[in-house]
Design a protein around this ligand. Structure first.
Ligand SMILES: [Zn+2]
Length: 212
């Protein structure tokens, strides 16, 4: 992938939420989440254009089970914008858990997009908050920069990568999920549901080793 000038000029790699809290030892660890780091470092070296996203919540965020008396992590509640899975407190602004994994090494990333900063709404997608209406501004950035192909990698495959991929497709980008550069949480079959949804939408799952 890394030598294809077509990818390098029209494509952008979006690295989703490779943060300490989503890696083993973190507050909301994705199983084997740290395994994506060397894969993503190699992958990113082949892209001229890279965007990093960072889950970045205020303390007491609505998506935390601790904000809902009697609820536990991984319970689902009815939010005004639809079902919301409740999570352990994670990625609180300015904490070590919210920092990027120490070995993530993408010095040429042009943009760090933070999300989930509104206390009252979660944001899985890099493009829209969970009401699916409030934009983060990333669509505008990508359009203004002239990118047409979006490659996604990171954590977690079945939540933030999935929602980002689906929104990117909806916005008219050609979308590729680099699946071996992702790991999933798998809540109630969410990994299988993600694969089915991506396939139904025509979003390609590729390998970091594939020529594209
Ligand atoms: Zn979060």
């Amino acid at each position: 992938m890394s030598d294809d000038p077509g990818i390098n000029s029209s494509g952008v790699l979006i690295v989703v939420d490779v943060q300490n809290d989503f890696c083993p030892g973190g507050a909301l660890a994705v199983p084997r989440g740290d395994e994506v780091v060397p894969v993503i470092n190699r992958l990113a070296a082949g892209f001229r254009h890279v965007v990093l996203t960072q889950d970045w919540h205020p303390a007491g965020h609505f998506s935390f089970a601790s904000s809902h008396p009697g609820k536990r992590p991984y319970d689902t509640i009815a939010a005004p914008y639809g079902p919301q899975v409740l999570w352990p407190d994670h990625c609180v602004q300015g904490t070590a858990g919210a920092a990027f994994h120490l070995t993530l090494d993408i010095p040429h990333a042009a943009l760090v997009l933070r999300k989930g900063m509104d206390r009252t709404i979660d944001s899985y997608s890099a493009f829209y908050e969970n009401d699916r209406k409030t934009p983060t501004g990333l669509v505008g950035y990508l359009r203004e920069r002239g990118f047409s192909r979006v490659f996604l990698a990171g954590l977690a495959f079945d939540f933030c990568v999935r929602y980002s991929a689906e929104d990117a497709k909806r916005e008219g980008f050609a979308v590729f999920v680099v699946e071996d550069a992702c790991r999933g949480i798998d809540v109630d079959g969410s990994v299988a549901a993600t694969r089915a949804s991506l396939a139904a939408l025509g979003i390609a799952c590729i390998s970091a080793l594939d020529p594209a």
